[in-house]
Design a protein around this ligand. Sequence first.
Ligand SMILES: *Cc1c(COP(=O)(O)O)cnc(C)c1O
Length: 367
Amino acid sequence: MWTMLGNPRKLGVWRYETLLPQVAEERQVTLGEGCTPLVKSAGIAKALGLSNLYFKIESGNPTGSYKDRIAAVGVSWALQQGKTACIGTTSGNAGAAVAAYAARAGIPYHLYVLEHIVEAKLVQVVAHGANVTKVKGFGESAAVGDKVFAHIAEQAERMNWESMITAYKCNPVAMEGVKTIAFELYDDLVETTPDAVFVPVGGGGLFTGIRKGFEDLARLHGASMPSMVAVQSAGCDNIVRGWKQGSATAAGGDSTSQISGLQVPNPPDGEEVLRVLNANEGWAEAVADNETWHWQEQLAEKEGILCEPAAAISLAGLAQALREGRVGKDATIVCVLSGAGYKDAKRLQTIVDGKPAVPLKSADELS
Ligand SMILES: *Cc1c(COP(=O)(O)O)cnc(C)c1O
């Protein structure tokens, strides 16, 4: 007999409260995040010749991405420490998540965003009442990125605000929320670990959090470790290049990626990711953006799953790994689909524009 790690009577990430930073019950902010579906692949697994492919559908979170897990723990931790506001940066999804949880907790959120942020992501942030500023060149220039991170760190220190940059390097306590993805996988696969987990990588926090979750499971429950596969956009593959060079740090260079959420040329958790990769406990794939877009459409058409490109890249990475002969056909594989399709409305419009126009007929013309 096995028992679930999570307490099904509790809502959201707090069902794993014994494995998370300790926050008093009355300060545990939640919107019912996490507990997202692990769905076995239908059409795509067949097409790829795989027998045990699963999708972890993170669009099931309240604001549409896995960042809600971080926001739930981070905002609760801010309250626990008596902090009066949150401050941070985002390519969009972290902002939407923290804005929602800060609104729920009744504290302000000061936010700096990319100059070319995807409009649908900004809309969510503004709707939740965050105090937002766009920064010129942020998202393309590594130097601008460094300046923004430094400004936020300085403000957080001076004002005693909670810094909600979603990376271990910046807020390791909030990032513990990501571990719940590993805990849920272990519960859903009935106390087994998948052979490989394909993870979209921007700053590297999602990858690092899932990995740390499995480390906890190994230590506490004797779980085995999965191969961790870091998937980056070829236009922003600083970690992949670092790994290929056998380096402990990410390679330099600006981003030309068009995948919102993955344009992080100075990945704050790059060293954490490279530590795992360099220990041969996984590997990395750099995928062209048009491959990612292709698999995003395949997910919509063959699986009924509409996710954003930053999510679909995990599957694009798997398709590439199969071509390279890196995964067995019977392996249990999880692709983390990190965010919802509606997050990138422009990309959705491009998909629709590539299909036959929707006809308009009178009722009498219907046959
Ligand atoms: C933030 C985000 C990522 C990248 O996560 P990192 O922790 O920056 O590597 C991937 N997909 C989605 C949908 C995201 O919101």
